[in-house]
Design a protein around this ligand. Structure first.
Ligand code: ADE
Length: 246
């Protein structure tokens, strides 16, 4: 996969790209990450990338030309790849695990990171996706792009050591993850559940599913609306609802 990040602050990405799983994915050539500073396409002696809004109002807007030129330069470097051009925007579609999975199947992702009050509207004409990290406003799109790159890259084939570990993540199954325990068996009066130590894999799988369901019911009941509940799941949820009312 190729990722290009179009940003005025390329150094901000040193941390997230330079450690742990993403670093290893880059070293193993599973992903190539390029940073394109669109200041180089700024206008005039001062390489301006922003300007005041027509019609008046507070704040500055990103001008269209530097961002279009930056994307043109990526198209010139990689004319053959099929690209998703993703605009970081608090008014975009909220990012989630399903989107990370979709992105991880793409050939080339281009993240456009804005700053200032916003963008000239015409910039939207070249984007395929407008995506928000969540319902809050950041100082720029960089932190949002870092999160999306991290969540996407770890899903690429061969990136995670244990091929199974992405499938059991919270959110990828549609439920939150069940609790985990390691040694010691007892710590500060808290014991590892017996079922995890008896070696019965059927019972362990059943316990884990029930705990996932319970955790999702308690913390994120909204997620259950899009989860395919079995009859047994429905029975458990009905019991927990009755317990809640008591
Ligand atoms: N830029 C500023 N805030 C943002 C957000 N929540 N998501 C994506 N880009 C942003």
């Amino acid at each position: 996969m190729i990722i290009d990040v179009v940003t005025l602050f390329p150094e901000m990405f040193d941390g997230p790209l330079g450690y742990s799983i993403v670093k290893r994915a880059i070293e193993k050539d599973i992903v190539e990450v390029n940073r394109v500073n669109f200041r180089q396409f700024g206008k005039g002696k001062h390489q301006r990338v922003d300007d005041t809004p027509y019609g008046g109002g507070a704040g500055m807007l990103l001008k269209p030309e530097p961002l279009f030129d930056a994307v043109d330069s990526i198209n010139e470097r990689e004319p053959e790849t099929k690209k998703r051009i993703i605009l970081m925007d608090p008014a975009g579609k909220p990012f989630n695990q399903a989107m990370a999975e979709e992105f991880s199947g793409e050939e080339h992702l281009v993240f456009l990171c804005g700053h200032y009050e916003g963008y000239d509207e015409r910039i939207r004409s070249m984007v395929t996706d407008e995506v928000s990290l969540g319902d809050y406003v950041l100082t720029g799109g960089e932190l949002a792009a870092m999160v999306m790159i991290d969540a996407t890259v770890r899903l690429l084939p061969e990136v995670l050591g244990n091929a199974d570990s992405a499938q059991t993540d919270s959110h990828s199954s549609g439920l939150l993850e069940h609790p985990h325990y390691t040694r010691p068996v007892e710590y500060r009066g808290m014991k590892v559940p017996d079922v995890l130590m008896n070696g019965n894999h059927g019972l362990i799988a059943e316990w884990r599913h029930k705990e996932s369901l319970k955790r999702t019911f308690e913390r994120r009941p909204d997620m259950l609306a899009s989860y395919d509940l079995s009859d047994q799941d429905k029975k458990l949820i009905a019991e927990w609802k009755t317990e809640e009312m008591e």
